[in-house]
Design a protein around this ligand. Structure first.
Ligand code: G3P
Ligand code: CA
Length: 298
């Protein structure tokens, strides 16, 4: 039995119905590339960022070693138009610099220390080798890990960084990362901005997209919304704290993947897997790997 069928049976067992009652994925209504839904994705959120400074090479390396299927990368754009891996729009939290990324050149940002903050914030996890780590460009990450790794890349709103999508696709093309698409795609592009995803879709309709949703309260979703997302996206991502089993089932019945974030606790992971999610973002990919093993899902 493959993972997806196991997942269906697991979900069905939990909600007390026959496995056939959960619609297996087939074709979506939209003209967009599909991802494998028989694999539950372990997505290393900013790398294994529970153990190492987020968005640094050691964090990504650990994510890879700990069973992460995809390296998650947040993109920011420098004053001189380079794409760097950083979550915040400002340098303050994760480097020894200050101010907006967009107001600094790559050279300025490369001179910063992107690791010492972690040692100060988490002395129990501190390592000497984290001191002085550099911020990485997207190219540097791809150069380091190669085109046989998987990248789950987040873009911002086009209003924040005009030209980010074009620059991203240029880089992916340079590394031949837009050629493999569909179920075995090496790259997934995610965004809270539908505008950004639609822009990517118009530039290259072969890249699987994940629409991130920011719910203030408990998540609800209509058939119309699901049909709309299916037009351009392969899946949805949202805070795991906002969803329930009915929500997960509804998304899956529309053949959209569902990748909640950011799930660090084993009991939460188990519950989400029982509900039938098709992957999740975690700062602790080793914990997810272990949980999936215990549930015989990998
Ligand atoms: O991309 C999924 C998740 O990372 C979204 O939240 O703020 O961690 O980028 P954030
Ligand atoms: Ca992100």
């Amino acid at each position: 039995m493959n993972k997806f069928m196991r997942n269906i049976c697991l979900s069905a067992a939990v909600i007390g119905i026959g496995a056939g009652a959960v619609t297996p994925a087939s074709a979506q209504s939209g003209n967009n590339p599909q991802l494998n839904d028989n694999q539950i994705l372990n997505i290393s959120h900013r790398g294994a960022s529970g153990y190492a400074p987020e968005h640094t090479l050691p964090s990504y390396e650990l994510g890879d070693q700990m069973g992460g299927d995809y390296i998650e990368l947040d993109l920011q754009m420098t004053k001189d138009g380079e794409l760097i891996a950083m979550h915040d729009e400002t340098l303050d939290r994760t480097t020894n610099g200050t101010g907006q990324v967009k107001d600094h050149t790559l050279e300025e940002i490369k001179s910063l220390d992107a690791g010492s903050w972690f040692n100060a914030a988490y002395p129990e996890k501190a390592k000497d080798e984290y001191n002085g780590l550099q911020v990485q460009t997207l190219q540097e990450v791809i150069e380091h890990f190669g085109k046989n790794k998987n990248y789950y890349i987040e873009t911002k709103s086009p209003d924040v960084y005009p030209g980010m999508e074009e620059k991203l696709l240029e880089i992916l093309k340079d590394y031949n990362l837009t050629r493999q698409n569909g179920p075995s795609s090496r790259v997934i592009i995610q965004s809270f901005s539908e505008e950004s995803l639609q822009k990517v879709h118009n530039l290259n309709e072969n890249i699987p997209l994940v629409q991130l949703l920011d719910y203030k309260g408990t998540a609800t979703i209509t058939d119309e919304e699901l049909d709309h997302y299916s037009e351009y996206a392969a899946g949805l991502g949202m805070s795991y704290k906002k969803i329930n089993q009915d929500y997960v089932q509804k998304v899956r019945e529309h053949d959209l993947l569902i990748h909640p974030y950011t799930v660090n606790d084993k009991e939460d992971m188990k519950q989400l897997l029982e509900w039938g999610v098709t992957g999740m973002f975690t700062n602790y990919p080793d914990v997810l790997e272990e949980t999936m093993k215990e549930m015989k899902l990998n």
